[in-house]
Design a protein around this ligand. Structure first.
Ligand code: TYD
Length: 239
C-alpha cells in the first residue's frame, strides 16, 4: 500500500488565504490578574463610542467548540494533562477561533480585540511548561497560517500583585456557585517559579518583536493604563 505524504505547512497555509479589506487585529497579553480583561473592555467601549466596529473575543475559547476546550484546560478538576496535550488543545481552540471568528471579522474590516493569542502559548507552554518557543512557533505556522496581530499590548505588573489578584478573583467566582461563574483555577495553582518563566517568556517576545509588541505599565490606575493604551491604538488605527 502506498503511504500518503503529510501535507507541507505551505499546503496547509492555503486554508488561510489573504484576507481582503483586512481590519485590525489587536491582542492583549500578560500574566493572570494583570488587568487585561478590564483594559480590553475599556478599549472596546472607547472605540465603539468613536464609531469603530469592534469584535471582542478571547482565548482559549471564543467559539462554542473553543469554550468547551477552555473548560477542560482551565477547570481545576482537570488533572494529569500532559504539557503537549495542553499545547495541542490551546492550538485546537485557536485554529477554530481563527476560522470561525477572527478571519471573518477582519474580512469585514472590523477591529478584533482578542484577550490572549499565540504569545500566551509561547509564554505559558513554551516558557512556563518548558516546551520551548520553537514548537509553538512551528505549530502557529501550520495551524494558524502564521497569522500575526497588528498590535499586541503586553500589560506589565508585579508578579506577586498579578497572581494574588487572579487567585482572589477565581476563588471568589468558583465559591459563588453561580452558573455563569466557573472554576478556572488550574493555572493559578502553578508555582511562582512557573509564572517567573512565563514573565521571562513575555519579555523575550517583546524584545524579539518590538514593532508589534508594546509593553504597557499596568501599575497605575485603570484609567492611566487605558490612556496609555489609547495612545498606542490611535497611532495604529490612525484615528
Ligand atoms: P485568562 O482567562 O486570560 O486568565 P486571566 O484572566 O487570569 O489572565 O486565561 C486563562 C489561562 O489560560 C491563563 O492562566 C493563561 C492560560 N493560557 C495558556 O496557558 N496558554 C494559552 O495559549 C492561552 C491562550 C492561555
Amino acid at each position: 500500500m502506498r503511504r500518503r505524504r503529510a501535507p507541507s505547512s505551505q499546503a496547509l497555509a492555503c486554508y488561510y488565504p489573504d484576507v481582503p479589506s483586512r481590519g485590525k487585529f489587536i491582542t492583549f497579553e500578560g500574566l493572570d490578574g494583570s488587568g487585561k480583561s478590564t483594559q480590553l473592555n475599556k478599549l472596546a467601549r472607547s472605540l465603539r463610542a468613536r464609531g469603530v466596529p469592534v469584535t471582542v473575543t478571547r482565548e482559549p475559547g471564543g467559539t462554542t467548540t473553543g469554550e468547551k476546550i477552555r473548560e477542560v484546560l482551565l477547570h481545576s478538576a482537570t488533572s494529569g494533562l500532559s504539557s503537549l496535550t495542553e499545547l495541542a488543545l490551546m492550538f485546537a481552540s485557536r485554529a477554530q477561533h481563527i476560522q470561525e471568528i477572527i478571519l471573518p471579522a477582519l474580512a469585514e474590516g472590523r477591529v478584533v480585540l482578542c484577550d490572549r493569542f499565540t504569545d500566551s502559548t509561547e509564554a505559558y507552554q513554551g516558557g512556563g511548561r518548558k516546551l520551548g518557543s520553537k514548537i509553538v512557533l512551528e505549530m502557529h505556522k501550520i495551524l494558524c497560517g502564521n497569522l500575526q496581530p497588528d498590535l499586541t499590548i503586553l500589560l506589565d505588573n508585579e508578579l506577586g500583585f498579578s497572581l494574588d489578584r487572579a487567585r482572589r478573583r477565581n476563588q471568589k467566582s468558583s465559591r459563588s456557585g453561580k452558573p455563569n461563574e466557573k472554576d478556572e483555577n488550574r493555572f493559578e495553582q502553578e508555582s511562582r517559579a512557573f509564572f517567573g518563566r512565563v514573565r521571562h517568556g513575555y519579555m523575550t517576545i517583546a524584545q524579539r518583536e518590538s514593532q508589534r509588541v508594546q509593553t504597557v505599565n499596568a501599575r497605575g490606575t485603570p484609567n492611566q493604563t487605558h490612556a496609555a493604551i489609547m495612545e498606542l491604538v490611535k497611532k495604529k488605527l490612525k484615528i
